[in-house]
Design a binder for this molecule. Structure first.
Ligand code: PRP
Ligand code: URA
Length: 210
């Protein structure tokens, strides 16, 4: 697995505001979108392209276009939905599929409660969006789901990860083409499975349910 942790002052600045407990939901939502767009720039570095001949007003040239089948962007509901606009802003031709997952707050095990994706993902590059990589359980389940349907490679974009979660995803996806792009890797998980210092519950903060 390839892991890329962003190293840019603009990303750290925006993450700092996001982490602050006094940041209200509207600002939190706007910053989440901006951060995803910045992280998507790195996450799409290996997006598949092919040469295309075009005419500029001055003459012919060869450029690149994103190959078919188009990349599939998969936000993990609920919190991943807050990342979708920021991603499709950068890759407007991507298709979008949805996975609804929730982790049990006691056992920390994820359950899939909804899915709306093409049945056949053969030859697809998939981009999973989930702001928090905590134990890694949700991301591992999402990655398994996509590979089981034929995806060829999966890139996850997460705002914050824990060292434990990143290690768990790495172990569970051994031998598969997986990349994880993160805004930051924090210190640790606490005893109830939250990332420390993290930002709290991303879904609650995005949608104002705190
Ligand atoms: C959060 C978060 C991730 C998951 C991470 O979702 O958005 O999906 O927890 O935890 P894990 O790495 O330990 O699996 P949650 O289950 O709270 O659902 P929500 O997005 O609906 O709030
Ligand atoms: N889910 C969140 O939203 N935040 C965490 O810190 C862990 C899981």
């Amino acid at each position: 697995m390839r892991v890329h942790v962003a190293d840019h002052p603009l990303i750290t600045h925006k993450l700092t505001v996001l982490r602050n407990r006094t940041t209200p939901s509207p600002t939190f939502r706007a910053l989440t979108e901006e951060l995803v767009t910045l992280l998507a720039y790195e996450a799409t570095r290996a997006v598949r392209t092919e040469p295309i001949d075009i005419e500029t007003p001055v003459g012919p040239t060869t450029g690149l276009e994103i190959s078919e089948p188009k990349p599939l962007v998969v936000p993990i509901l609920r919190a991943g939905l807050g990342m979708l606009e920021g991603m499709v802003k950068l890759v407007p031709t991507a298709e979008v599929g949805f996975l609804g997952m929730v982790r049990d707050e006691e056992t920390l095990q994820p359950t899939t409660y909804a899915q709306r994706l093409p049945d056949d993902l053969a030859n697809r590059q998939c981009f999973v969006l989930d702001p928090m990589l905590a134990t890694g359980g949700s991301l591992i389940a999402a990655i398994d789901f996509l590979f089981d349907r034929g995806a060829v490679d999966v890139t996850a974009i997460c705002l914050i990860g824990s060292p434990e979660g990143v290690a768990a995803v790495e172990k569970a996806t051994e031998g598969r083409d997986v990349t994880v792009v993160l805004g930051a890797i924090d210190e640790r998980l606490n005893e109830v499975g939250y990332i420390v210092p993290g930002l709290g519950d991303a879904g609650d903060r995005l949608y104002g349910t705190v």
